[in-house]
Design a protein around this ligand. Structure first.
Ligand SMILES: NC(=O)c1ccc[n+]([C@@H]2O[C@H](COP(=O)([O-])OP(=O)(O)OC[C@H]3O[C@@H](n4cnc5c(N)ncnc54)[C@H](OP(=O)(O)O)[C@@H]3O)[C@@H](O)[C@H]2O)c1
Length: 242
């Protein structure tokens, strides 16, 4: 049995990754922050559909980088893969981004994930193959005005993956980033229909991605046969920006 730990499994992209991995036979640790109802619903649905696999839910606020043992000590037995699909952004000028919100974004999407990776490295190395996938963003490669802090954090995940991949390649661990453009999820509910139509018009494919168009690439990166691809950022953007 292959095991994966999915951060942000209660989110729209993370929950689709969970569903697709479960369909592919994986057992899962499903992390959530506040949405207990959604994670319970996902875990019950997956348990019913795949009674021979295990689905374990884990709660953790990733703006707290100092208590990662709360998560890491809960990982019993083997672990093949970690997927980081938690995330949030603050829309506005960088000059107006509060220090607190900047720190929260950096801690939640960079500091905590990197410390978790340090802590789980041995476990990933012990499994027959190890996989780390970050859900980054096209903004990490292209940069976005009004989301400068978010772009910085996502760009740092790509830089980290490029470097760390070289350190752990000999341990059989690959480290990659899937960087979506605009995806039709909760995160984009802030846009009105007309704002969304304006973005559609900028995207060469002409529409937002669906979560399963991102999950598809996560599953590819997690597969055993993907062992020769590491340190890369894959842009799934419908041709937008990158
Ligand atoms: N949607 C897009 O257009 C888009 C584009 C590019 C990249 N991305 C990236 O894709 C990933 C998933 O985004 P999504 O669109 O699926 O968003 P989403 O549906 O809003 O999901 C966000 C996830 O982050 C978790 N989260 C929020 N605050 C947290 C905290 N303090 N500690 C731990 N977890 C926390 C949420 O947990 P709870 O719900 O349980 O609180 C949820 O599972 C993110 O990394 C995002 O940056 C999204």
């Amino acid at each position: 049995m292959k095991w994966a730990l999915i951060f942000g499994a209660s989110g729209d992209i993370g929950s689709k990754v969970a569903e697709d991995l479960a369909d592919a036979g994986w057992s899962l640790y499903l992390h959530y922050y506040q949405n207990r109802e959604k994670i319970d619903e996902i875990s019950q649905k997956l348990t019913k559909k795949h009674p021979k696999q295990d689905f374990i839910t884990l709660q953790y606020d990733m703006t707290d980088a100092d208590n990662i043992s709360k998560i890491c000590d809960s990982i019993f037995g083997k672990l093949n893969a970690v997927v980081f699909s938690e995330g949030t952004t603050y829309y506005g000028l960088f000059s107006e981004l509060s220090p607190n919100n900047l720190d929260m974004m950096i801690t939640m999407q960079l500091r905590t994930p990197l410390r978790i990776v340090q802590s789980l490295q041995d476990k990933l190395a012990e499994s027959e193959f190890g996989r780390i996938v970050f859900v980054g963003s096209v903004y990490g490669g292209a940069g976005s005005a009004m989301e400068v802090g978010y772009s910085t954090v996502k760009g740092a995940l790509s830089a980290f993956s490029r470097a760390y991949a070289k350190e752990v390649a000999s341990l059989g661990i690959t480290v990659n980033v899937i960087a979506p453009g605009a995806v039709d999820t909760q995160m984009n509910k802030i846009f009105s229909e007309s704002e969304k139509a304006d973005i559609d018009a900028e995207i060469p494919i002409g529409r937002f991605a669906s979560p399963d168009e991102i999950s598809y690439w996560v599953l590819v990166l997690l597969s055993e046969k993907a062992g020769y691809l590491t340190g890369q950022t894959l842009y799934a953007t419908g041709g937008w920006l990158k």
